[in-house]
Ligand binder design. Sequence first.
Ligand code: HEM
Ligand code: HEM
Length: 295
Amino acid sequence: MLAGGLVTSNNAGLSVPDWPTTQGSLWKIPPMIGGVKYEHGHRMIAEFLGLLTIVVAIWTWFVDKRRWMRVLTCGAVLGVIFQGVLGGLTVLKLLPPAISTAHAVVGQTMFCVLAAIAVFTGKSWLQEPIERIVPQESRPLIRHLWTLLGFLYLQLILGAAFRHVWTKLGPVGAERWPAKKIIHMFLYPHILNALIVAGLIIYVGMWVLTRYRKMPQLRRPAHLLTILLVLQLMLGFAAYITRVVYGVNELQPTFGLVATTVSHIGIGALILAFTIILLIQVYRHSAGADRVTTA
Ligand code: HEM
Ligand code: HEM
């Protein structure tokens, strides 16, 4: 995620113009200079990640009795391949904002799928929950978490669309779209939606932290979500300043711009992942959930 973010923030998306080859070769590592170190570095990390995902799927196939886990890990392999193809397409089509945005969104989704696999294979998942949430309480909480997830995806799509339209068609790209239009279309809705996301995280966080303090599997993600939210709002503001206020007049991406925007993406991915983990754990701890989770 961070390596991908570095490619976009450093405007390095076309430093390697070919795919699936790199400068004409499938295995030679090019001189890692300029934008190539970000672009090719990102490809190498992506390939290693793909390999690790295949290992997880094969391993699961042989040792995990749960059929749905086998399906999930094979799905993860397909997802990572799809993400790689999207990455290649964005290069071959010269970084169209729609494909780059899709690559950003699928990337975060894959991160969440792998995080979920980690939860499902963790020790605590295989033990019986000591305490349960009654359905009257778990149902509304699950509903709120799904709502939060929906608004988080909207937040991600708006943020990624802003970032890619701004850098490719906007003032620091082809200058085909006026800055004002891009800000009105994507950034203001992103900031407005951040208020909804923040409200929902605080609501859900307080709900869990006041009622289920004794359930560490619920308390921990809820706690982390509230801390990450504060960080993310500060980083969002910093990204706004470095990108929109100062970034327009800079010839090259500054260190400040790269650091704030890439961290904002990283924390955004963690918020999405912990929301999904919390949702999964609430399902797991709902009364009558055994058959679904450990069968
Ligand atoms: C596991 C596989 C991969 C993951 C999880 C992944 C993830 C990401 C992420 C999160 C970004 C940042 C998006 C943003 O800044 O909005 C990105 C950017 C990028 N990725 Fe990947 N990526 C993967 C594979 C690939 C592959 C195989 C390529 C092949 C060329 C590639 C090429 C790119 C390019 C060119 C960008 C910059 C796009 C732009 O500036 O418009 N990615 N990637
Ligand atoms: C919980 C709240 C927030 C979340 C989850 C969030 C998430 C994100 C994500 C995931 C991206 C990048 C998408 C991608 O390309 O992969 C992004 C971009 C961005 N966000 Fe946020 N954001 C939040 C709040 C804010 C706030 C409050 C502001 C401004 C005051 C802000 C300003 C920005 C800007 C300027 C970008 C584009 C960065 C660039 O151009 O490189 N965000 N946001």
